[in-house]
Every structure is written in C-alpha cells, then in structure tokens.
Write a protein that binds this ligand. Sequence first.
Ligand SMILES: NC(=O)c1ccc[n+]([C@@H]2O[C@H](COP(=O)([O-])OP(=O)(O)OC[C@H]3O[C@@H](n4cnc5c(N)ncnc54)[C@H](OP(=O)(O)O)[C@@H]3O)[C@@H](O)[C@H]2O)c1
Length: 216
Amino acid sequence: MSRITVLGGTGYAGSAIAAEAARRGHQVRAVARKAPDAAHRLPDVAYLGGSVTEPVFLESVAGESDAVVSALSPRGPMLGQVRIVNAQLIGLADKLGFRLAVVLGAGSLFTEPGGPRLADLPSFPAAFKPEADEMAEVLSDLKASPAGVDWFAVSPASGFGAFAPGQTLGRYRVGGDVVLADAGGNSYISAGDLANAVLDEIERPAHRRARFTVAY
Ligand SMILES: NC(=O)c1ccc[n+]([C@@H]2O[C@H](COP(=O)([O-])OP(=O)(O)OC[C@H]3O[C@@H](n4cnc5c(N)ncnc54)[C@H](OP(=O)(O)O)[C@@H]3O)[C@@H](O)[C@H]2O)c1
C-alpha cells in the first residue's frame, strides 16, 4: 500500500486515477480547489481543498506521499501556472523523495519517428495548442531535472478526453514518444485504462525518468 496524492484529483484524468488507486487499496488523497459534493465523492479517497499555486499548500500536500500524481490541466487561469507548479513539484520530489507522475497530453507526441509533433501539425486544433505547448515544456523540465528525481510522465492517446469517456477494458498498449494508433488509425484510451497504466507504473516501475504513451 502506497500513499498516493493526486493533484487535480477531481478532474477527468485525476478522478479516474484516484478511483483506481483507492480500488487497489492505496491510501489516496485528491487535491483540488473545490471538493465534490457528497454524492460525487469517491469512497476511500480523502479530499484536500486548496490551490496548488500556493507553494506552502503544495509542499504540505506533496509531503507524506510515496507518489504524487500531477493531473492538472493548463486551461483558464491555470494556463501558464501548470508549468510553474510542476517545476515546484520537481524541486519537492528532489527534496522529499516521492515519485512524481505527470499526466501530459498527446500533443507532445511525434506523429512518426523523427517526424513532427502532433501539436505542430496544421490540422491540430488551435484551441488546444497553448495547452499542448505548456505540457511539452513540462516534459522538457522533467527531462532536465536533477538525476535523483524519480519521475515518469504519461501521454494518453490523442482521442482521450471527457468528450469520449468510453469503458474501462483492463488492457492497453504502451508506446514511447510516437502516437499509438490501431490498424484503423484510431488513437484512443479511456480514463479508466489511463488510470490502470498510471497505477501499474507506480506499483511496478518500468519507465523511470521517461515519458510513455498508452492507447488501445
Ligand atoms: N487527448 C489529450 O491529449 C488530452 C485530453 C484531455 C486532457 N489531457 C491532459 O491530461 C491532463 C489532465 O487534464 P484533465 O482534462 O483531466 O483536467 P481537468 O478535467 O480540467 O481537471 C483539472 C483538475 O485540476 C484541479 N485544479 C485546477 N486548478 C487547480 C488549482 N489551482 N489547485 C488545485 N487543483 C486545481 C481541478 O479542480 P478545481 O477546479 O476544483 O480546482 C481538477 O480537479 C492535462 O495534462 C491535459 O493536458 C490530454
């Protein structure tokens, strides 16, 4: 049993990760500015309310954790803030020794080996470009972190998102830095199976200081 803290633990990715961590018997804390109402709280998850942009609060919630999952999205007022928060998490992971897991986007994946990044294609939706670019910067910061920082990052399939929740199938394929698609060209993963991939990596580390992608 590990102590797992999920930043953004009420969001699309974060709530699925918190739910799967609790289902597996870990001690789970979900952090968000606003806790869900009683009817929407996950059993066996402790909710901590506050803003991760407050460094003292961030250190207090990251402390006493074996793993901290950063499932924050750089949207609205968090645009420009998520990179800063993750940089602070890198420093805290170095100081406190927890494993840092970051949920990135698909935009920073390459379309083919040596090819362009998905977010650099003309077809990539302009509305998602700032988010994709910020999460790519987070990945650069992770790669440049001190050697003692034990981090991993996961990019979901490009079709991942609240617009397409799907089913938890209990299986997924793992790739590296290139978008994973099926034979029909579809790149998709449900929140439940993204959560399975994150928890599998926390329980059985296979990607230390690396980013990987997951899709069906
Ligand atoms: N296909 C794709 O590539 C794709 C699609 C979707 C998401 N993603 C990526 O997945 C990651 C997570 O995205 P998501 O869609 O799951 O996010 P989301 O649903 O927007 O959830 C964000 C979470 O962060 C919390 N939060 C926001 N600001 C906060 C603050 N200042 N302090 C504490 N908590 C705060 C929110 O709760 P409160 O508002 O109550 O604070 C919520 O729990 C991001 O990196 C995103 O880019 C990728």
